[in-house]
Design a protein around this ligand. Sequence first.
Ligand code: ARG
Length: 461
Amino acid sequence: MKKMWAGRTDGALNKIADDFNSSIHIDSVMYKEDIKGSMAHAAMLEEAGILTALEAEKIISALEKISSDIESGELLIDMEAEDIHMFIEATLTEREGELGKKLHTARSRNDQVAVDTRLYMRGKCLEIDTLLVNLIDAIVEVADKHKYDIMPGYTHLQRAQPIVFAHHLLAYAEMFKRDLSRLSDAVERMNYSPLGACALAGTTYPISRAYTAEKLGFLGYTKNSIDSVSDRDFAVELLSVFSIIMMHLSRFSEEIILWSSWEFSYVELDDAYTTGSSIMPQKKNSDMAELVRGKCGRVYGDLMGSLTMLKGLPLAYNKDMQEDKESLFDGAETVIKCLEVFAPMVRTMKVKSENMYRAAEGGFINATDLADYLTKRGVPFRSAYKTVGEIVSHCIKSGYVLDNMPLSEYKEYSDIFAEDLYEEISLKTCVAKRISEGSTGYASVEGQIEDMKKFISEKSR
Ligand code: ARG
């Protein structure tokens, strides 16, 4: 295809170089944003007296037609084109002749691609926002059903203290809630229009950047034209947010995989979200969770790729920056796909509370509570800690657990111990007596669930 920029050169690129240079395979997804940006630009050119009302109207309706023709499949995007901006402009010129050539007045592809990418990512972030809220909703639904179900809480993957399953799940809800807030911060910073920065230095035409910014739903326009066309901070920021979301999903995946194992058997994923083995008939594998865990690395790669691409780039636009969309779009799509499969997987998983309870019962998970028993009766915590450590060691040697060691043997360690200790260290009491804010105690967990529900309904309004 003859290049629109032919002039200084004959525009006849070597075929391999031409393919190498093209970004249409990645930026064609932004056709709607490109057209929206062009329509706002044309309207502004009219306001500024650069286009006549008739010219602007013709250009705008031709652009609308191009958009609906692409949408309906009537117009196929030419994959030989250099990029989506060139394709839309060339189509406009093909259809409108000389008039089409006026659209690019007081604009450059440098500000055009910057505005398109921001518009496109604004839409993707909205999708991710909705998906995150839906995931939180799924978590809260499961938590609500299991707010009194006791399981072992872990540190170092060793049984630590009894908690309720809802409390564990709600920890993830908190993470995804922070992700939502990080996402909205990043979107707010990105939400300024670079359009009108032109190639890098601005323009001699009396354009109105405020006009296009407002028309395109931005909070305002970027202040420095050189920065406007060289800045890809928004891409790096969004990819950081995506990486953190993936890190959270990956930790959650890891737990779901562990919990689904025969050894734990805390949950069973619905058949719709598991796969079998081609050789081992007994298998039910947590492939979705494993893939999500795996794809986390891919999004980290996207972040590293874009940081590295930008490192050392001189101002203003450089072609290196065309690579930004490969990582940014891949990161967004990966997060979207993972969230889409993850929420229903969590919502439909079967929770095997009996197994969780049994796992909590067996060990010495209530040892802290036994130490607290002594402490509340006047023994300094450190001394109580030491005494209970010795009791645990004695239990292990004699085949007891704390709940069934006879009181007479307890008395050998301290005569403070009385019959009520057994009630004090029962798993239920351990949980019920956790009264601090944010704890695993029933009241605290019920409160956390209520807060999350309120958050979800406010977000969904
Ligand atoms: N396809 C290009 C990109 O994605 C558009 C901007 C091209 N600008 C230029 N001066 N060659 O970055």
